[in-house]
Design a protein around this ligand. Sequence first.
Ligand SMILES: *[C@@H]1O[C@H](CO)[C@@H](O)[C@H](O)[C@H]1NC(C)=O
Ligand SMILES: *[C@@H]1O[C@H](CO)[C@@H](O)[C@H](O)[C@H]1NC(C)=O
Ligand SMILES: *[C@@H]1O[C@H](CO)[C@@H](O)[C@H](O)[C@H]1NC(C)=O
Ligand SMILES: *[C@@H]1O[C@H](CO)[C@@H](O)[C@H](O)[C@H]1NC(C)=O
Ligand SMILES: *[C@@H]1O[C@H](CO)[C@@H](O)[C@H](O)[C@H]1NC(C)=O
Ligand SMILES: *[C@@H]1O[C@H](CO)[C@@H](O)[C@H](O)[C@H]1NC(C)=O
Ligand SMILES: *[C@@H]1O[C@H](CO)[C@@H](O)[C@H](O)[C@H]1NC(C)=O
Ligand SMILES: *[C@@H]1O[C@H](CO)[C@@H](O)[C@H](O)[C@H]1NC(C)=O
Length: 408
Amino acid sequence: MVLPGWHDSVVLICMSIALVGADRFLGSLPPPGNLHLSWDQSKLSITVGWREPAGLDTKCIVNYSLAIYNENCPPKKNASHICRTKNLSLTLPISKEDKICVGITTNPEVCENKRASKEVYKDLPPPLALVKNFSCLYYAPKKMNCTWNVVKNTPNLQLFYRIEKNNEALKSCISYLTSGHNKTGCHMHDEDLTSNAEVFFVINGTGETHLINKFIIDIRASAVKLPKPKVIITKEGENLRFQAIILKDFLAPQCLKYKFVYTKCNEQRERIPSNSSLRVEYDIACKYTVRVQVIYTNFCGGDHDIMSDMSEPEYYGEDSDPNLAFKVAMIVTPLIVCSCLIAALLMFRRVKDIILPKIPEPSLFFKDMLNSTSDGFSKSLSGGKVYEPVKDIVASNVYLEPMIPASK
Ligand SMILES: *[C@@H]1O[C@H](CO)[C@@H](O)[C@H](O)[C@H]1NC(C)=O
Ligand SMILES: *[C@@H]1O[C@H](CO)[C@@H](O)[C@H](O)[C@H]1NC(C)=O
Ligand SMILES: *[C@@H]1O[C@H](CO)[C@@H](O)[C@H](O)[C@H]1NC(C)=O
Ligand SMILES: *[C@@H]1O[C@H](CO)[C@@H](O)[C@H](O)[C@H]1NC(C)=O
Ligand SMILES: *[C@@H]1O[C@H](CO)[C@@H](O)[C@H](O)[C@H]1NC(C)=O
Ligand SMILES: *[C@@H]1O[C@H](CO)[C@@H](O)[C@H](O)[C@H]1NC(C)=O
Ligand SMILES: *[C@@H]1O[C@H](CO)[C@@H](O)[C@H](O)[C@H]1NC(C)=O
Ligand SMILES: *[C@@H]1O[C@H](CO)[C@@H](O)[C@H](O)[C@H]1NC(C)=O
């Protein structure tokens, strides 16, 4: 027998448990307050500060996570950088001065049944620019050119740089590139410049507002400029060897690949050998046209491959004329036929008398025969023309000589 109301009480108990559980679990922490951001004046970085969340349980130990977004707030893409701290301020290195959105969250570290707070955001516009389109080309060992477009007419514009791994003081640009009166670039020749260096730049001037622009250039990721290579062709036995030639001691060999594009009798081929030379079987009937392109591969730090220009073409050999045999046949065959004919004619004249000996004129012969019936056959035999065989002239001047043994 079932007690009345028992069913209802079970449902109630379950509900209260569920409610209590949900209540304890649903509590999320309050977000941090008074978020403020600024560009650091000396380094390429931002400083972020905030206050402890209002109404935080004193028994809770929390920490904060900061997310950096390279777009306007609220962000639509994932953060480019996230870090956590227990402090109430943080200085974050930034790779370039651009618009930035910072998001911050309170996380429970030791705080029973509390969830992370919702993320709060704040924008930081880029500092006012003296220059735009700052970019660099590392184009030869220890040599780099950086260029920019002037945005604001700044008296006494100056560029300073520091090669990051050395952590020295800033050096000033020695050799400016100019356009009219404006400084539009800097040519650097520095012993410490290498293909895997990061270089920090500061541009300032003596304007009414003391503007500063800062940049970090990771050479291997964005500044390598491959010079145009050359190719040389050598014959090695039955083979041809194509050798790519590039600037010496510039980039690490393991970072480079070589793409050979060559034509062999108008047939184009493409090969990427394991090193800077390619060996192919040589077909002497073909003309070879060879070009090479150098590739700085993304294995060496960049986010994509960097290609050089194609080298100027080099040539080897000549195409043999595919109609040559036909042409030869067209000229030589008639010649042979003609000379055979002439020879045959000459031979024929020499041996004509043998093949076709002189024969008596038949008219006379028969006349004689007819006449003999009346005048007597004897007359015809004695007085008429008679068949005279011609003297055989073949081999008339051949002499036999006794054979003399060679040894004596
Ligand atoms: C953003 O992050 C989430 C989870 O961390 C991931 O699943 C998603 O693919 C990311 N989106 C982009 C565009 O990277
Ligand atoms: C937090 O601040 C203290 C003192 O202000 C400092 O020594 C420490 O390095 C900071 N920690 C972090 C992670 O920034
Ligand atoms: C912050 O708290 C989380 C737990 O919520 C912990 O995993 C992390 O290590 C903490 N980070 C710092 C910097 O204290
Ligand atoms: C860099 O600047 C120097 C000096 O003006 C110039 O000779 C050189 O051609 C430039 N190199 C590149 C790749 O622009
Ligand atoms: C930066 O470069 C782009 C494209 O080359 C150009 O349109 C723009 O005008 C340049 N900015 C300045 C300030 O010259
Ligand atoms: C120098 O820069 C100013 C902008 O600051 C520009 O108006 C001017 O045309 C530039 N002169 C030359 C020669 O490029
Ligand atoms: C520009 O920066 C350099 C290096 O930081 C500094 O020595 C110089 O005083 C600055 N010039 C101006 C006008 O602020
Ligand atoms: C390039 O590689 C080929 C075969 O992989 C090898 O025979 C040749 O010696 C190499 N050449 C150089 C210059 O290392």
